[in-house]
Design a protein around this ligand. Structure first.
Ligand SMILES: C[S@@+](CC[C@H](N)C(=O)[O-])C[C@H]1O[C@@H](n2cnc3c(N)ncnc32)[C@H](O)[C@@H]1O
Length: 268
């Protein structure tokens, strides 16, 4: 499938830009993501279910770090070496320890298979592009959760609008680590009712050079009803579907937060 469209494709065709992995070494994830209102929700679940905690798609440790700071034994799984490198740096800087594993969340297999709580924060499920992918993740999570344990994640639940969106400014600022001026412009192409392609163009200016890179990611949405069906099929009991992290009951919102449990009698 052609991953680039619009101005990103034009920049590549004319040799102005290079391609870049969205979660690769150049990613400025921590500068771009100003999001923390899910953390109290995950902290609350940690108190309810207890550890150890598994954070799937943990990235640079946005949720993993505060949980580790609260004293829980946490394991983070992510497929991106660069995101995990950043996560390890931060753990070291804060004097925290956590087990960090580079694996695909669809296939992970850990020595610890009795987690009290498993999380997939910040819509990382969006990269599971069909039910096969989702079933794999749910199966692996179920296998690694102890009976009575909690499983929570958020995902995009409303249909995709087909066609190309207007480009939007994703970030403009100075990269705090490198001191470079950074402008990121993103654009979305709705491919089908449940799949979309995001292209982001990164303009980076430093004292030494100016560069343009483009990145693409394929994302999928799934209705809250279908996600609940998949959870039940995998053996989970759904405890709640919410529109936000304050646990407003889910109706039709763009984002759905779901809490499920592995039944107590499972494996007993
Ligand atoms: C939107 S970021 C979320 C990072 C972190 N959970 C947070 O809340 O800030 C998505 C993360 O999922 C990871 N990811 C995407 N697909 C994955 C897969 N198949 N297996 C493991 N990690 C994956 C990416 O590398 C990235 O770190």
């Amino acid at each position: 499938m052609e991953m680039y469209f619009g101005f990103a494709a034009q920049l590549l065709e004319q040799g102005w830009a290079t391609t870049e992995d969205p979660y690769g070494p150049q990613s400025c994830y921590d500068s771009t993501i100003a999001f923390s209102h899910d953390i109290p929700f995950y902290q609350e679940l940690a108190m309810m279910y207890g550890g150890p905690i598994l954070d799937l798609g943990c990235g640079t440790g946005r949720v993993l770090l505060p949980l580790s700071q609260s004293g829980y034994k946490v394991t983070g799984v992510d497929q991106s070496e660069s995101m995990l490198r950043e996560c390890r740096h931060k753990l070291e800087a804060y004097g925290l320890t956590a087990s960090i594993v580079q694996q695909d969340m669809r296939l992970f297999d850990l020595a610890e298979a009795s987690f009290g709580l498993i999380l997939i924060p910040y819509c990382s499920m969006i990269y599971m592009i069909d039910d096969n992918d989702r079933r794999q993740v749910l199966r692996r999570a179920y296998e690694h959760l102890r009976p009575g344990g909690g499983f929570a994640f958020d995902f995009q639940a409303t249909p995709v609008q087909e066609g190309d969106s207007q480009p939007w400014l994703a970030l403009q600022g100075i990269d705090p680590l490198r001191g470079d001026v950074l402008v990121q412009v993103a654009q979305m192409r709705g491919l089908t009712a449940d799949r979309r392609l995001i292209n982001q163009i990164n303009y980076r200016h430093s004292e030494r050079s100016t560069s343009i890179s483009v990145q693409a990611s394929l994302e999928a949405t799934i209705s809250a009803d279908r996600m609940q069906e998949l959870l039940k099929e995998a053996g989970f009991e759904v405890r709640g579907t919410y529109e936000d992290f304050e646990r407003t009951r889910y109706r039709t919102g763009e984002e759905c937060v779901i809490l499920a449990e592995k039944p107590l009698q499972a494996g007993e």
